[in-house]
Design a protein around this ligand. Structure first.
Ligand SMILES: Nc1ncnc2c1ncn2[C@@H]1O[C@H](COP(=O)(O)OP(=O)(O)OP(=O)(O)O)[C@@H](O)[C@H]1O
Ligand SMILES: [Mg+2]
Length: 423
C-alpha cells in the first residue's frame, strides 16, 4: 500500500486511498479528541531506565502531552524542517549526546508511519512525500536538492523504503482536481508555517486521463506563518522581555545583546537558546539590567523551554487577527504574564516585506510562464497561513475575488499526495 505524506513545518498529515477509492487521512488522538494534523514537533527527555540513562523521544500530540505533564522539562523542538537546507546545522547536542538532524526528523516520521500503519492495518513502505518548491533558508537549487537529500535520508531511517517527491502545491492541485468536472487553468498557493509555494497547471477530466499533469510553472518563497510569528515576537513579545533596553556594565550603559531576541523569533532556533553558556550570559545580563524584571521573564522562558506555550500564544493572537480587527497577545506561565494588544493593521504593517515577497513571487511565476492573470480560471489557496486576510487580498487584487477558492487548509497536500501515490 502506498501513502501520501505531508511533512509540514508545523503540521504533518498522512493519507492513503482506500479500497473504495476514497482518500482516508490518518487520525491522531489528541486531548480527548482526534486530529488529522500531527504537530511536527519532537520532545526529548533523559530517563533512567533499569539503571541506565537513556534519551527517549515523543512527537506530535504525544510529545505535547508528555511535555506539558513534565515537571522538569526536557527539550522541545519545533519547525525542524526549516533546518534541512542548513549546512551549519548538521548535528546538535541534546543531554550531552550528539544527534544528526536527520535522526531527529526521522523520529517524527517513524512515529507517524507506525501510528498510520496501526490505523490502516497495513505496512506503509511506499510513499509519495511533499516538498516545498523552495526550502526555508535555501538560496539556490543546490540548497534545495541538499534539503531533499536530507529528507530522503530521514525517511529511510524512519523505515520508508520507496520514496518519491512531489511539490506540495502540485499535490494540493491533485486534491482540488478530484472533485472537478471540467478543465481549468489553475494557480495554487500553499501557505504553510515555513514556506509559500505556487504552481500553475492544467487540471480537470482531460488532464486526469494522463498519469501526470501538465505543469506550467512553480515558484516558491522560503517564508510563511513562522515569519509572521517572528514579526509578532519582534514587535510585541521581545520588548516586554527586555529587547532594546540597557544594562549597566561597571558604570557604562550598554544595549542588552540582541542576538538572543533573533533566536527567540525563530521556532527552530528557540530551544537551542537553552545552552549552559547562554543561560549564564542571560543570568549576568539580568543582574546588570536597568529593567531586570523583563530579563528575568526572558530567563524564565528560556530555562523552562516554553517555546511551545509561546508558539501557542502567538498563533492564538494571529488566528484572532484573521477574523477580528484586534486581538490581545496573552501569555502566562509561572510569574510571567504578558498581555499586549495588537490590531490587524499593525500586524499587516509588520509583515509588509513578507507580503511583498509573496506578491513578487506570483508576478515572477506569471512572467516566467507568460501566462496572463485573466487566463487563470481559478486560484486555489490552501495551507494554514492562507487564512491571513492580507495574504488572500494579494490574490483578490490580482485575479478578482470571484476566482478565489479556499479550503482543506491543513489536509489538501496530504490528500493530493495520497491520490498521487495511488495513480
Ligand atoms: N486562522 C489562521 N490565521 C493565520 N494563520 C494561521 C491560522 N491557522 C493556522 N495558521 C498558521 O498556519 C501555519 C501552519 O500551516 P500549515 O499546517 O499549512 O503549515 P505546514 O504545512 O506545517 O508548513 P509548510 O507547508 O510551510 O512546511 C502556522 O504558521 C499557523 O500559525
Ligand atoms: Mg504545508
Amino acid at each position: 500500500m502506498a501513502a501520501g505524506l505531508d511533512f509540514g513545518t508545523t503540521n504533518s498529515s498522512i493519507a492513503i486511498v482506500n479500497q473504495q477509492g476514497s482518500v482516508q487521512l490518518a487520525q491522531f488522538p489528541f486531548a480527548g479528541n482526534t486530529t488529522e494534523s500531527y504537530r511536527s514537533l519532537l520532545y526529548l527527555e533523559r530517563l533512567r531506565e533499569t539503571g541506565r540513562l537513556t534519551i527517549k523521544s515523543w512527537s506530535g500530540p504525544d510529545g505535547i502531552e508528555r511535555y506539558l505533564a513534565a515537571d522538569d522539562k526536557g527539550r522541545l523542538m519545533q519547525s525542524l524542517k526549516s533546518f534541512l537546507s542548513s549546512r551549519s546545522l548538521l548535528t546538535t547536542e541534546v543531554f550531552g549526546r550528539r544527534f544528526e538532524l536527520e535522526e531527529l526528523v526521522a523520529r517524527i516520521l517513524r512515529d507517524i508511519r507506525e501510528k498510520a500503519e496501526r490505523q490502516f492495518g497495513s505496512e506503509l513502505r511506499n510513499l509519495v512525500v511533499g516538498r516545498p518548491v523552495r526550502f526555508v533558508g535555501s538560496e539556490s537549487r543546490v540548497d534545495d536538492e541538499y534539503a531533499v537529500g536530507r529528507l530522503r535520508t530521514a525517511l529511510s531511517k524512519a523505515g520508508f523504503e520507496q520514496v518519491s517527491f512531489e511539490y506540495e502545491p502540485i499535490a494540493a492541485a491533485y486534491h482540488y482536481e478530484s472533485t472537478l468536472d471540467h478543465d481549468e487553468l489553475i494557480l495554487i498557493g500553499d501557505f504553510g508555517g515555513g514556506t509559500s509555494d505556487f504552481s500553475l497547471l492544467e487540471v480537470g477530466p482531460s488532464a486526469r486521463k494522463g498519469e501526470t499533469r501538465q505543469v506550467i510553472g512553480n515558484e516558491g518563497v522560503p517564508l510563511a506563518g513562522d515569519s509572521f510569528d517572528a514579526k509578532i515576537i519582534r514587535h510585541l513579545v521581545s520588548p516586554a522581555l527586555g529587547a532594546g533596553t540597557e544594562l549597566d556594565s561597571g558604570g557604562k550603559l550598554l544595549p542588552v545583546p540582541n542576538w538572543v531576541y533573533f533566536k527567540l523569533e525563530r521556532w527552530h532556533h528557540l530551544s537551542f537558546l537553552r545552552s549552559r553558556e547562554t543561560l549564564a550570559m542571560l543570568n549576568s545580563v539580568a543582574r546588570q539590567a536597568l529593567e531586570p524584571a523583563k530579563l528575568e521573564a526572558l530567563l524564565y522562558l528560556v530555562t523552562h523551554d516554553l517555546g511551545y506555550q509561546l508558539h501557542r500564544a502567538v498563533q492564538s493572537a494571529k488566528v484572532t487577527l484573521s477574523h477580528e480587527e484586534r486581538a490581545v497577545f496573552h501569555f502566562v506561565d509561572g510569574d510571567v504574564e504578558l498581555n499586549e494588544p495588537v490590531t490587524r493593521a499593525e500586524f499587516e504593517d509588520w509583515i509588509e516585506a513578507e507580503l511583498l515577497a509573496i506578491e513578487q513571487a506570483v508576478s515572477s511565476l506569471l512572467e516566467n510562464t507568460a501566462v496572463h492573470a485573466r487566463d487563470v480560471d481559478r486560484v486555489f489557496l490552501t495551507g494554514g497561513s492562507s487564512f491571513v486576510p492580507a495574504v488572500r487580498a494579494i490574490f483578490e487584487r490580482r485575479f478578482g475575488g470571484e476566482k478565489i477558492r479556499t479550503g482543506d487548509e491543513f489536509t489538501s497536500v496530504a490528500s493530493g499526495l495520497a491520490l498521487r501515490a495511488d495513480a
